[in-house]
Structures are given as structure tokens and as C-alpha cells.
Design a protein around this ligand. Structure first.
Ligand code: OXD
Ligand code: MN
Length: 617
């Protein structure tokens, strides 16, 4: 009965996709099916539709041309990790850091929820490429969704539409992604601006490369190309195919001598990744350009170089904290053609969020549509409010960001948010030590008391919420890729950074932001073979004077404190690491236990040397 109103698939569409869409349409029973072609005309139509039904507010084109504000349901504002599942056949393959439900059980649950879930709505079919069309590093996917907001956002975040669909020929593999907001409409029922469901499931089936998402229209829960595909499913694909899908930004950096480097860097959420991706160096002669801000796919090529692409085509960035003083490049990127979600609205029809400017406007409408003034005791924009914008609009995008061959990675950086212990920068002794640094990324949950460490939130490789398989196997996979690179002798150097170390009075020791270019310069001078370093218990650190701090207003002992190693605190830290490693049982690679033992030995040696020194004095 429905078939009559379904738009036909474009001529020549892979019959496998057609059959899959038909099967889903029978289950989800939308009123209509629309195959998205990715055209401007189509996007324009969807935006108009959303303005008409209240999902989008068009911003004042004089301030923000062709831009919109969406206000989500107040209970649908972020990724829900507690409702995110890795449904591998074997529970041990999901590992201790993921929620697991047996695939059969999850399929039965989802089939029940999906039945009729799109009633009264349109099902949009979104074919897309992650990575540049025709890059050997790219992969395809098709998402169905009943949210026009998700359709338009996917059009910004991926290469979506006819060009992708044409390339998914029979025999080409593609990821299947099903999304519904889970809010069917009864005949005549008036829709709400942001339909969603209290019940939420973000489910991944790594073996069959499938994603099923129910109940949310927000961010990573719904824009399935991003975290669900490009990280969770892609990491499982990468494990099987010998590459890496990582939560990393990508940079092109040119030094004052004109040598070009590419850097991949992993940081947990909310550690300033977008700011680093759009860094404006404070030191003369260095140029930093953007290749990607959130996800990198890396693969050894036949020459043994580690190549990388940014699989995304847009930014889905956190708005609060993005401002003229912290990230002018991002602010410039957002001049127009942007969808804002859950930010505040100004009286003149432009947007605002905490940190955009130093002083807030005197009157605003907050993210929930309520009047707001600076005396309010709640933020005007939701802390996880976002902008969705094409990467091509970013003024610092590098000329090679869409190179189908990818860029060659020279250095890999791991960072966390650590008030204590972790130095400003350390170079790993070798690849395996670098993998250990990645595996031990963590942030303090609580402010640490003097001489102790706060409770650590472990976020290995910044992938804790995003690894589609057992994290310990992920480390082993990194060790294996390192082995492959080593055979060619073109192993990228690995570094650990920490912008967030604090002084005893709780103030940050390092200014961060643009000044992080100084650390980047030392890192790339290391790669270039011109920066001196000293070996220490944690790896190589800059020799005194090697880190350019000229013109920086640092306290006298700040540098010493930024690199200080406290053996007692480190002993506690290593105990914590050992407990954490223990949760992976026999999946933990032996090399990780070995690395831990080496650091322990070195820390004990420091303690012994200091004790001797003290007794001699
Ligand atoms: C993101 C995240 O949204 O890492 O990018 O949480
Ligand atoms: Mn991220």
C-alpha cells in the first residue's frame, strides 16, 4: 500500500541498496521515501521545510547569511554513552570499556521499536562517502533517517548524495546505518519542533558493519557517519583491514625553513582539539593549517609511510569557549551557511554563546527559548551547543586536506587534561612506548590535592567512547601497525603533551592556546633532527633552553614545574595504571606490561637517586 508513494531509487542504483531500503521502509512504514541527491536545491527545500515546521529559526541574514538555529528537546542534548552499545558476537570482543548486548537480543529489541516508527514521516536515504570521493582510503555508507535536520547535517558533515551513490556499485562494501527519532505521528497529529523518544539505543554491529540508532536526533547519536561509523564501525574495519580509525585532529605545519610536516593528535573530548586544529602560532615563521578537527583514518602505504585522511567534510564543533580571543579562525569559519544547535539568540537575530565575546549582550533568548540576561544563574547556550559547518569554509584549511592519497604523518601526539604529574611535552622512546602513552591518556575527574593525583578518568587514545572493539586489542593493533612501519624505517615519532598542568595554587602553569605552537615547534624540530632533548624516566624532554619561551610571561619556576617528576605521585599513578590494565585481563598486550615495568623501574631509580642525594647532603 505504501509503495505507491515511495519515490523510486535513482536509475542505476545498486540493487542491494534498493532492497535494503525497501525492507526498511516495510518495517518503519514512513509515508514517503526520498533519495537525497546532495544538491543545494534539495538542502534549501529541507531548510525551508524545517523553518515552516519550527525545527529551524532562520538567523538574520545581515549578520549570519543562510544560517539557522535549532533548539533540541531539553532531554536530547548530547551523546548518550550509557545507551551506546557494541553488539559484537562475542562479549569479550567489545571489551570492558563498552556496553555490550548480544546481537540477537539487540536485533529483537530494535525490530520491535522500529516497527512503524516512521509513521507519518518521510524517510530520507543518505548515501555518502567518508573521505574524498575516489580516495582508496575512503569508505561508503548509506543512512536512512526520518529527521530532515539529520539529513541536512549529514550533507554538511560528509560527501553526501548522487556522486557517492553512483560509486557504491555492486561488490563495493558500504556501511548500513538506520536512524529514527522514534516518534511516529498519528494521522492529523501535529509534530513537535524536535521529535525524539525517551528510550534511546545507539547500537553497533561491528561484524556486519551496521548501525541502528533510535530515539535521539542529537549529534553523534544521530549523525551516524561521525562517531558511530567513522570511529566505532571503522575501527573494527580498520582492525580487520590493517589500518587505523582514530579520534584525532590532523594538521599541516610548515616551519620557518619551509619544511612541511603533518601531525595527528588525539585528545579526549573538551581538551581544546578544535582550537589546536585551527591554531594561529604565536611564534614567528611557523604556519599551521587544518586538515581535520576530530577524526583521522590512517593507513600504511606501500612505501611504508603512514598516510592519513580526514574522513569528514564538516565540523560539528562545541560552540561555548569558541571565541574571538581563543579561536578566531573558528569564528571566521562560522560567518554563514551554518546550523547552530542550542546556542542563544540575540535580539538582532544573530547567535551568541558563552565565550564568543568577553561580555555577553544585555538581552538574549536562551537555548530553550526563554528570556535571559547576564544576571541569570544558568548559561545562555547549552554547554554542549554546537555549530555544523562545511570544513571548506575554514580559512586555514590546507591545500592538501582533500588529497585522495592522504597526507604523510610525521608525528603523533597524545594529550589529556592533567593537573598533575604529566609534563608539558615528552617524546616517546620508540613506537611501543608511544602506544603506552596513548593507552594511558587520562584526565583528572577531581582537582588534585597537593602531592597526590585526582581520580583519573581513563580515556585511552581518546577512544574510550568510540572504540568499536576491545580496547586492549586496539593497542595490539597499534603495535602491529608499528611493526609494519618499522620494516620500512618510516615510523612517525610519538609525543605526549599536557597543556593543563596546574601550580599548587590551582592556576595553570602554561598559557596554552596560540602558545602551544611553541611545543609544536619543539616536536617538529625533533622530527627534523635539530631540537636537543634529554632522556628522563618518562621519555625525552626538551633540554633547558630548547623550548622557545621567548616573550612569554612565565613565572620563574613554571618551566621546572611543568616538567617536574614526583616519584611518589608517579608511583601512585603507575599503581592506578596497573589496576586499569588489569581490567583487560589476558587481552592486555605483553608489551604494555613491559612498558609499565620500565617506567616503574625508572621512577624507582629517580626516587633512589634523590634519597641518596638527600642523605649525602
Ligand atoms: C565530539 C566528542 O563531539 O568527542 O567530537 O565528544
Ligand atoms: Mn570528538
Amino acid at each position: 500500500m505504501h509503495d505507491a508513494s515511495w519515490a523510486l531509487a535513482p536509475e542505476g542504483t545498486n540493487p542491494e541498496i534498493v532492497a535494503w531500503v525497501e525492507q526498511l521502509a516495510h518495517l518503519l512504514t514512513p509515508d514517503t521515501v526520498v533519495w537525497c541527491d546532495g544538491s543545494v536545491r534539495e538542502r534549501d527545500g529541507l531548510n525551508r521545510l524545517m523553518v515552516a515546521n519550527g525545527t529551524l529559526i532562520q538567523l538574520n541574514p545581515e549578520h549570519r547569511p543562510y544560517s539557522f538555529l535549532a533548539r533540541s528537546h531539553p532531554a536530547d542534548v548530547a551523546r548518550v554513552e550509557s545507551r551506546t552499545f557494541i553488539c559484537s558476537d562475542d562479549e569479550a570482543d567489545a571489551g570492558p570499556s563498552n556496553n555490550w548486548i548480544a546481537p540477537g537480543e539487540m536485533r529483537a529489541t530494535l525490530a520491535g521499536l522500529a516497527e512503524g516508527a516512521m509513521r507519518g514521516r518521510t524517510m530520507y536515504v543518505l548515501p555518502f562517502s567518508m573521505g574524498p570521493l575516489d580516495s582508496p582510503l575512503s569508505r561508503f555508507g548509506v543512512q536512512v533517517t526520518d529527521s530532515p535536520y539529520v539529513a541536512v547535517s549529514t550533507g554538511i558533515m560528509t560527501r553526501m548524495g548522487s556522486a557517492a551513490l553512483e560509486r557504491i556499485t555492486p561488490g563495493t562494501s558500504w556501511v548500513r546505518a538506520v536512524h529514527t527519532v522514534g516518534a511516529p505521528l498519528a494521522p492529523g497529529e501535529v509534530d513537535v519542533a524536535w521529535p525524539s523518544n525517551e528510550t534511546k539505543y545507539i547500537s553497533h554491529f561491528p561484524e556486519t558493519r551496521e548501525i541502528w540508532s533510535y530515539g535521539s536526533a542529537y549529534g553523534g547519536n544521530a549523525l551516524l557517519a561521525k562517531k558511530a561509523f567513522a570511529l566505532r564501525i571503522a575501527s573494527a574495519m580498520a582492525r580487520d583491514e590493517g589500518w587505523l580509525a582514530e579520534h584525532m585532529l590532523l594538521l599541516k605545519v610548515t616551519n620557518p625553513r619551509g619544511r612541511v610536516f603533518h601531525v595527528a593528535a588525539a585528545f579526549p573530548s573538551a581538551c581544546g582539539k578544535t582550537n589546536l586544529a585551527m591554531l594561529r602560532p604565536s611564534i614567528p615563521g611557523w604556519q599551521v593549517e587544518t586538515v581535520g578537527d576530530d577524526i583521522a583514518w590512517l593507513a600504511p602505504d606501500s612505501w611504508g609511510r603512514l598516510k592519513a585522511i580526514n574522513p569528514e567534510a564538516g565540523f560539528f564543533g562545541v560552540a561555548p569557549g569558541t571565541g574571538v580571543s581563543t579561536n578566531q579562525t573558528a569564528v571566521d569559519t562560522l560567518w554563514g551557511n551554518t546550523i547552530f544547535t542550542n546556542v542563544a539568540l540575540q535580539d538582532d537575530g544573530d547567535v551568541w554563546w558563552e565565550g564568543l565575546t568577553d561580555t555577553p549582550p544585555s538581552n538574549l533568548t536562551d537555548w530553550q527559548g526563554e528570556p535571559w540576561t547576564p544576571s541569570a544563574d544558568r548559561p545562555a547556550a547549552h554547554p554542549n551547543s554546537r555549530f555544523t559547518v562545511a570544513a571548506a569554509q575554514c580559512p586555514t584549511m590546507s591545500d592538501d586536506w582533500e588529497d585522495p592519497a592522504g597526507v604523510t604523518i610525521d608525528a603523533i601526539i597524545f594529550g589529556g587534561r592533567r593537573a598533575t604529574n604529566v609534563p608539558l611535552v615528552v617524546e616517546a622512546r620508540d613506537w611501543d612506548h608511544g602506544v603506552f602513552l596513548g593507552a594511558t591518556i587520562s584526565s583528572e575527574r577531581t582537582a588534585a590535592a597537593e602531592g597526590t593525583i585526582g581520580e583519573l578518568r581513563r580515556d585511552p587514545f581518546a577512544m574510550a567512547p568510540f572504540c568499536g572493539y576491545n580496547m586492549a586489542d586496539h593497542w595490539q593493533h597499534w603495535l602491529d601497525v608499528g611493526g609494519q612501519l618499522r620494516r620500512s624505517g618510516r615510523v612517525p615519532r610519538i609525543f605526549q603533551v599536557n597543556w593543563f598542568r596546574k601550580d599548587d595554587d590551582g592556576s595553570f602553569l602554561w598559557p596554552g592556546f596560540a602558545e602551544n605552537s611553541r611545543v609544536l615547534a619543539w616536536i617538529l624540530d625533533r622530527v627534523d633532527g635539530v631540537a636537543p632533548a634529554v632522556p628522563g624516566p618518562l621519555g625525552w624532554t626538551p633540554t633547558p633552553g630548547a623550548l622557545n619561551v621567548q616573550g612569554l610571561d612565565l613565572a620563574d619556576d613554571a618551566l621546572a614545574k611543568l616538567f617536574e617528576v614526583d616519584p611518589a605521585a608517579w608511583s601512585d599513578e603507575l599503581d592506578d595504571t596497573e589496576r586499569f590494565f588489569g581490567t583487560f585481563g589476558d587481552r592486555l598486550p605483553e608489551s604494555m606490561s613491559r612498558q609499565l615495568a620500565v617506567v616503574r623501574e625508572r621512577i624507582e631509580a629517580v626516587a633512589a637517586a634523590r634519597a641518596e642525594h638527600a642523605s649525602a647532603a
